[in-house]
Ligand binder design. Structure first.
Ligand SMILES: Cc1ncc(COP(=O)(O)O)c(C=O)c1O
Length: 389
């Protein structure tokens, strides 16, 4: 199907895979049972579907089924992870270490915890967006409760050295949470390789539905409940499990297991073509963040002297790209993530996120290249409104 504009904002959200949609539909129709109803076949079938979905998510991250807690998405998972670990702490560990480039789901939660006796340690990143492991190690001591470092960044796509971070945390007895929302279906995610104790993910970033996610909780990692209610989801997330959404997440996980490798190869080739083409047609273009350690399909670019909004206003009828995180897109401030790379406000304000996904095609990339090559890059940019173009 040809989509207008061409969708190149897969880090904001991904289209639902038709196979996911087909798996979900029966649970919006005949299979409407409550998975917690123990007394009839409607409930048994719903519970069975939830069981299978849990197993699929567990397989995707290499966990046991009973280490997966369904949530409403990654924001809730990150909150449950960090607030849960804080609530469970009975000793003297009160420092939570994170990065300046984390998603607000983590950063704001850590800052909020800092209002109630915890200490937020927000580490800088290098110009490539990667954590300084030496610096991180100096922050791990017997007062450190947890480290929360994301797998792949939602704006610049940079991937952190997770196995090294996990090993460091393990040696120091520090809980390691990773927000792997952007990594799912794009790279191999294995909680043992990363030595993660907690891992957050979201359905709508991996070709599944919105409004569903999961938190992996390693056996032995104790969380205090943030919500109270009927005790569902191992007492960590009470409330009736939304069967249709969870089934969608399960099918999205099955597809990620089957497809991530092939998707990653194809996306890397398409992104390389996009990058090479942009370098040819947009003199002075800049690429932000490490080009080596990055999620397949993700590019963060800037056209010198051009605020991102001015570019987007000119191209948004033909291609859908964004200025950064959809969650902070109401803000007119330059991206916090790009500022954290050490970029001055003007350069940070030029940052455009281009992200390809499973359904992106060669033709989409060629369209994007055509659109960028038609920008009057020699001329002075101005900011037309969307209505004036
Ligand atoms: C890295 C990261 N973490 C968390 C979230 C929040 O996910 P959700 O929309 O499922 O709450 C997002 C979504 O933009 C994200 O990209």
């Amino acid at each position: 199907m040809v989509q207008i504009p061409v969708y190149l904002d897969n880090q904001a959200t991904t289209p639902v895979d038709p196979r996911v949609r087909d798996a979900v539909l029966p649970f919006l129709n005949l299979e409407f049972g409550n998975p917690h109803s123990r007394d009839h076949a409607f409930g048994w079938r719903a519970a069975d579907a939830v069981r299978q979905a849990r197993s699929s998510v567990a397989e995707l991250v290499n966990a046991d089924d009973d280490e997966i807690v369904f949530t409403s998405g990654a924001t809730e998972s990150c909150n449950l992870a960090l607030r849960g670990i804080a609530k469970a702490e009975t000793g003297s560990r009160n420092r939570i270490v994170t990065l300046a480039t984390e998603h607000p789901a983590v950063l704001e939660t850590v800052r909020d915890l800092a209002k109630s006796g915890f200490v937020a340690v927000v580490l800088p990143v290098g110009p490539d967006g990667i954590v300084d492991l030496g610096r991180l190690e100096t922050e791990l001591n017997d007062r450190t409760l947890a480290v929360s470092i994301m797998a792949g960044n939602n704006e610049i796509g940079v991937v952190q050295p997770l196995a090294e971070i996990g090993a460091m945390c393990g040696r120091s007895g520090v809980v390691f949470h990773t927000d792997a929302t952007q990594a799912m279906g794009r790279m191999d995610v294995d909680v043992d390789v990363w030595q993660a104790d907690l891992l957050s993910l979201s359905g709508h970033k991996m070709y599944g539905p919105k409004g569903v996610g999961a938190l992996y909780v390693r056996h032995g990692c104790s969380l205090g409940p943030v919500f109270t209610g009927g005790g569902q989801e191992f007492g960590l997330r009470p409330g009736t499990v939304p069967v249709h959404l969870v089934v969608g997440l399960g099918e999205a996980s099955n597809l990620a297991v089957d497809c991530w490798n092939e998707d990653a190869g194809r996306l890397t080739a398409l992104t390389n073509r996009l990058k090479d083409g942009l370098m040819e047609s947009c003199p002075g273009i800049r690429f932000f963040g490490s080009m080596e350690e990055r999620l397949p399909g993700s590019l963060s670019i800037g056209l010198p002297g051009w605020p991102a909004q001015a570019v987007i206003a000119r191209i948004s009828k033909r291609i859908a790209v964004s200025t950064g995180s959809a969650c902070s897109s109401d803000s007119s401030e330059p991206s916090v993530v790009l500022r954290a790379l050490g970029l001055d406000p003007e350069t940070a304000a030029s940052g455009i996120r281009v992200s390809l996904g499973r359904f992106s095609t060669q033709r989409d990339v060629e369209t994007a290249l055509e659109v960028f090559s038609e920008l009057p890059l020699g001329g002075l940019p101005s900011c037309p409104t969307r209505d004036s173009i």
